[in-house]
Design a binder for this molecule. Structure first.
Ligand code: SF4
Ligand code: MG
Length: 314
């Protein structure tokens, strides 16, 4: 609720504060149990920061985060440490997030040990189970990350995230670094695991084609804010925000007759340290009106389950 994360820009010998980057600026949404909520936006829109702030891997500047019924913003480090068992993250670059000097067994058993599985035999057994769950083999346990392909490494990252039977997994562009042919294998695996273990995903991606199959609902972010959020079908059939419409027009579809004309956005994404007045999208919006320069549109429900921040729908 009203999540904000501002980063200070400092400079000079005294490290004086020169300004701030509003990476996430007043974002509110919920993720339902068992659902896959896709979050889409260009780099720098604040989607990763949102994901990390939800898990308190970075501390939000303001706002509240509820996990189940509990507001986790002010709980102690000890309580947070226990909750981490239920809330995991999978990163974009599996290679960077796996210690190259540790065997797969050590990598996957580390979270087990942290959360109290003392017996080595038990951990080995669990690692075997997890490797099987992600489509790897028991003998892979003794190998090192560099001995695997990118897709296999992401499977290891997934196994590690699953180790303690989490409820929520923030998936931060888990397939963006992989070849297209491998992407769909990993997406299928993640969907299978969601169904098997009733997992909930916040699935972050930079384009709409990746989240199209896997998500139940999709949120679109632009310059630190959520501009549209609705069910997948609604979003792809009836996108309302001009930014979503532009993003969707760039997604190739199989039937060329159905392909709509591509909407080319003028200009670059403005700097989040100096965001435009009014609607943050007005500098690039093909539909911009006078009011858009002055007043920031509220993010509100314009149809059942369809949230948009745009003056066109007021
Ligand atoms: Fe475009 Fe105005 Fe809507 Fe912003 S509020 S998306 S500038 S029409
Ligand atoms: Mg990112």
């Amino acid at each position: 609720k009203k999540l904000k994360k501002y980063f200070d820009i400092t400079g000079g010998v005294l490290g004086k504060k020169l300004g701030e980057v509003k990476a996430v600026d007043d974002v509110s949404f919920s993720v339902n149990e068992g659902e896959i909520l896709g979050i889409v936006g260009e780099s720098g829109c604040g989607k990763s920061t949102t994901g990390k702030a939800l898990l308190r891997l970075i501390e939000p500047t303001d706002g509240e985060v509820f996990f189940e019924e509990q507001n986790i913003i002010n709980i102690s480090d000890e309580e947070m440490r226990k909750l981490r068992k239920d809330m995991q993250i999978i990163f974009q670059d599996p290679y960077a997030s796996l210690n190259p000097r540790h065997t797969v067994e050590k990598i996957i058993s580390e979270p087990l040990l942290t959360h109290g599985m003392k017996s080595k035999e038990e951990r080995q057994e669990r690692v075997k189970e997890l490797l099987e769950d992600v489509g790897l083999k028991a003998y892979h346990a003794s190998r090192y990350p560099h001995q695997f392909s990118g897709g296999q490494r992401q499977r290891i990252g997934i196994a590690r995230a699953l180790a303690n039977n989490p409820k929520l997994i923030v998936c931060d562009e888990p397939v963006s670094a992989l070849d297209v042919s491998v992407q769909s294998q990993i997406l299928n695996l993640m969907e299978k695991l969601r169904n098997k273990y009733n997992l909930t995903y916040l699935f972050i991606a930079h384009d709409l084609s990746v989240v199209k199959h896997i998500s139940d609902r999709v949120g679109v972010m632009y310059l630190g804010g959520m501009v549209e959020l609705t069910t997948k079908d609604q979003l792809y059939e009836d996108p309302k925000h001009p930014y979503t419409q532009a993003l969707l027009s760039a997604v190739p579809i199989t039937d060329p007759d159905e392909q709509q004309e591509r909407i080319i956005l003028e200009g670059d994404v403005p700097s989040p340290s100096n965001p435009p007045s009014g609607c943050p999208f007005h500098t690039r919006c093909p539909m911009a009106m006078d009011v858009c320069k002055e007043i920031k549109p509220e993010f509100k429900e314009v149809e059942d389950q369809h949230f948009v921040a745009c003056h066109l729908y007021e």
